[in-house]
Design a protein around this ligand. Structure first.
Ligand SMILES: Cc1cc2nc3c(=O)[nH]c(=O)nc-3n(C[C@H](O)[C@H](O)[C@H](O)COP(=O)(O)OP(=O)(O)OC[C@H]3O[C@@H](n4cnc5c(N)ncnc54)[C@H](O)[C@@H]3O)c2cc1C
Length: 751
């Protein structure tokens, strides 16, 4: 019988006795301290001297941090599968993905019947277990929008709601010996968990053969099924038989079980702390080393289930994923796929997401992507791209979200190094601890990688400029897989391009920023009756332009609602911690129109950025957004906005102030070159064609360029709007130099 190649793991099997209820909990904690991978408890809900196993497992999960937890095995006749599935998923979520599910069809039938359960013959038990597995997996399949129906002989669900999805792919192990149960294990389960004490010679070989045959008949790879084994015994000086002797003898006896019978998880039944310790210290490491020595060098390539394999897409060479990336490679059939397939604004179905953790990983991932020139490549930092297609359909995503270190390089020079996967809310918190802040966007969930390669218009813009204006150097993995540094002194032209058109030239893997000392700030949220919409817009624009630079303001409007006044929300940050100054600088805004609501607070910049609402990757469809940059809110522009809002083509309309320090930087200093604009305008609608039609006729004549981060229009003219000549020719020359093959093309591609 083959060795299935699974990692060798160890567990404990503890009696859930309730005479001293702390004891099983302490033994579980001890198991974790001793390095065991798993702690398990028998489940006999009819046994008055035992704690209830689910309750105990929950308690243990709360008292431990690393170890996996399972029943050994769950008593199915007394635990309805749909409810149990939800309990399992809940415990898995609460414990950070540490719950595993071992099922048993039942025994001790008199006790089960006495508790209200149904007596099942062994044959009936197989069918009941099969139906239960279908229900449990159905409940966990939270992405499936159809109600769950299983009309079984023993278990029924009739339109049950699905979810929650567990934190990890909870394996289902079956504790059984009979042939039909073993066939079920091979066709449907993820592991076989017998007890050595109940095995006759030859049972393991025969059991494995049955499981393997059934697996193959079901189109599965037998390696998908883990072989676990409960063992028990004692440590003694001399050879007293199987698992009765010194540690070396245990190792000798376990080794053939691993190498010839494919057993990979050994679960030691004992409530004796000294035995648990002796096994953990003397047997477990020696057995692991002996198995490793026999197996020789192994690859980290895991066995994906047949279901996962069937979801692979054509055009992607999955077997060629470099070893270094395997741990972070997520495919359509993998448990974690639902969380990474889409981004904040966009639904996606990529063929593979490569989550990298370091520069070497980025280089390997890029080499892999280059070997697939005909499928889309998306580069993702925190997945808040609007113009940036950091998800796609059928392509490759290089995901940098795990590269999120924020560190101080030079305290006196206020120089910080930030990795692309960091989010602006976290940057604000980290810098706030030093009394500093960095001009960033307005939303805490946005990533450093996407924003700091495009511009960075935010709450501090008028006084402190764009994010890219604080960039002193960055490290980039270029299209040919080199790691290069760009600054004013090294690769200066690349440094120019990375600040505004960065997505075109490489993957930024770290940024060095000079940040500003910023104490608490004034933060105002004002709501106005803007029934005179055009008049209000002009008044707001003129007020902002006349305001001191420490004030930066945004204005938000939606389409008019019949019977209700047009409302404008105005947000303003005043970079001052003096209450009188804040109120003085806000006063002209407050007088613009009848005010419906207001709040003004003095708070840290990090508190302003703490506005990240929940998980990011829930987007659906494609965003339809347009952007324009404008110097003044003229009467003609204000009238056009009024028509745009009334057109029904947009549901979101925003004007942000730029100008001030943004305009102090020369137009040819960075690829973001529309420096004279005082305002950045954004509108989002449901359809790109519809918004384009209105935007092109009504709005475009008023603009001098656009900010690429907010524009999803892919017509080629947009490049000239984002990079007016001579910038466009300069950037195209740079593209030819650094990315001649057009590897980077997911965001305003210059290729
Ligand atoms: C809710 C919301 C609020 C926003 N507010 C602001 C704002 O106030 N100010 C502002 O300026 N912008 C704002 N934006 C726009 C935002 O800056 C861009 O969408 C930005 O690209 C998002 O960065 P990310 O890393 O989260 O995105 P991702 O989706 O991860 O990346 C977007 C694109 O950026 C490029 N990219 C990402 N990482 C890298 C990298 N490491 N190296 C090279 N290229 C990379 C890729 O082309 C990618 O497709 C906002 C967006 C959203 C969704």
């Amino acid at each position: 019988m083959p060795d299935y190649g699974h990692p060798i793991q160890f567990g404990t099997f503890i009696t859930p006795t309730n005479s001293s209820p702390e004891v099983p909990v302490q033994l579980a904690v001890l198991s974790e301290q001793l390095g065991y991978d798993l702690v398990t408890f028998q489940d006999h809900p009819y046994q008055p001297s035992f704690l209830d196993t689910w309750t105990l497992m929950t308690w243990v999960a709360a008292r431990t941090e690393r170890i996996h937890i399972s029943a050994n095995v769950i008593n199915l006749p007394l635990r309805p599968p749909a409810v149990m599935a939800r309990a399992a998923a809940s415990l898995d979520l609460l414990s950070g993905g540490r719950f595993d599910l071992a099922l048993g069809a039942g025994a001790f039938w008199d006790a089960i019947v006495a508790m209200g359960g149904d007596r099942l013959t062994p044959g009936q038990g197989v069918d009941a277990l099969s139906e239960a597995i279908e229900i449990i997996r159905g409940v966990w399949d939270a992405d499936n929008r159809t109600p769950l129906r299983v009309d079984g002989t023993y278990h029924h669900v009739n339109g049950a709601k699905r979810g929650p999805s567990p934190a990890h792919d909870i394996p289902i192990w079956v504790g059984a010996l009979k042939p039909r149960m073993l066939r079920l294990t091979g066709s449907k389960a993820d592991g076989w968990l017998p007890s050595y004490a109940y095995l006759q010679p030859g049972d393991l070989e025969a059991g494995n053969a049955r499981i393997d045959d059934a697996a193959e008949e079901a189109g599965r790879d037998p390696r998908e099924i883990t072989r676990l084994l409960n063992i028990g015994g004692r440590f003694s000086r001399s050879n007293g038989g199987t698992f009765d002797g010194p540690a070396e003898q245990w190792v000798e006896q376990l080794l053939p079980l691993a190498l010839e019978n494919g057993e990979s998880t050994f679960i030691l039944a004992s409530d004796d702390p000294a035995t648990l310790q002796h096994f953990a210290e003397e047997v477990a490491p020696a057995l692991r080393a002996a198995v490793a020595a026999e197996r020789g060098p192994q690859t980290a390539r895991s066995t994906r289930s047949s279901i996962a394999l069937s979801k692979r897409l054509s055009g992607i060479d999955y077997d060629a994923v470099p070893e270094s990336l395997l741990a972070g490679a997520i495919e359509p059939g993998d448990h974690g796929y639902a969380k990474v397939r889409s981004t904040y604004m966009r639904g996606g179905s990529p063929g593979i997401v490569l989550q990298v953790t370091d520069v070497a990983g980025v280089i390997d991932a890029l080499a892999y992507a280059r070997a697939h020139p005909d499928i889309p490549l998306g580069v993702r930092s925190a997945g808040h791209g609007i113009s940036g297609r950091s998800t796609n359909h059928g392509g490759i995503i290089i995901d940098l979200s795990r590269m999120s270190t924020i560190e101080i390089l030079d305290e006196s020079a206020r120089l910080v190094r930030i990795e692309p996967g960091a989010k602006w809310a976290d940057v604000a918190i980290a810098l706030g601890e030093h009394g500093w802040a960095l001009s960033s966007g307005d939303y805490g969930g946005v990533g450093v990688g996407g924003l700091a390669t495009a511009g960075g218009i935010g709450w501090l813009s008028r006084k402190h400029g764009l994010t890219i204006d604080h960039l002193r150097a960055l490290e980039v993995v270029t299209a040919d897989g080199r790691l290069v540094r760009a600054s004013a002194d090294e690769n200066a032209e690349l440094f120019y391009g990375m600040r505004g058109a960065g997505a075109n030239f490489g993957i930024a893997v770290s940024f060095e920023f000079e940040v500003d000392p910023i104490a608490d700030v004034g933060w105002a949220q004002l709501v106005f009756d803007a029934s005179d919409t055009a008049g209000f817009l002009q008044g707001w624009g003129a007020t902002v332009e006349a305001a001191p630079r420490d004030l930066t303001s945004n204005l938000l409007m939606g389409p008019p609602r019949s019977g209700q006044p047009q409302v404008a929300q105005v947000f303003a940050l005043v970079d001052s911690d003096d209450a009188d100054t804040i109120l003085e600088h806000l006063q002209p805004l407050a007088q613009l129109a009848p005010m419906l609501d207001q709040s003004v607070e003095l708070k840290p910049y990090a508190a302003v950025m703490a506005n990240n609402s929940g998980p990011g990757g829930q987007g659906q469809g494609e965003p339809a957004s347009r952007s324009g940059l404008i110097e003044h809110i003229t009467p003609a522009f204000a009238a056009a906005v009024e028509q745009l809002l009334a057109s029904g083509a947009v549901y979101f309309f925003q004007i942000r102030s730029v100008g001030g320090a943004v305009a102090d930087v020369a137009a040819d200093a960075t690829a973001y070159s529309n420096r004279s604009a005082n305002f950045s305008v954004v509108a989002i609608g449901a359809s790109q064609d519809r918004i384009n039609a209105v935007w092109d006729t009504l709005m475009a004549p008023h603009f001098d360029g656009l900010y690429l981060s907010f524009d999803t229009d892919v017509r080629p003219e947009r490049l000239a709007d984002a990079f007016p000549e001579p910038a466009l020719s300069r950037l195209r020359a740079l593209k030819r130099e650094w990315d001649p093959g057009g590897v980077f093309r997911d965001n305003f591609s210059l290729a």
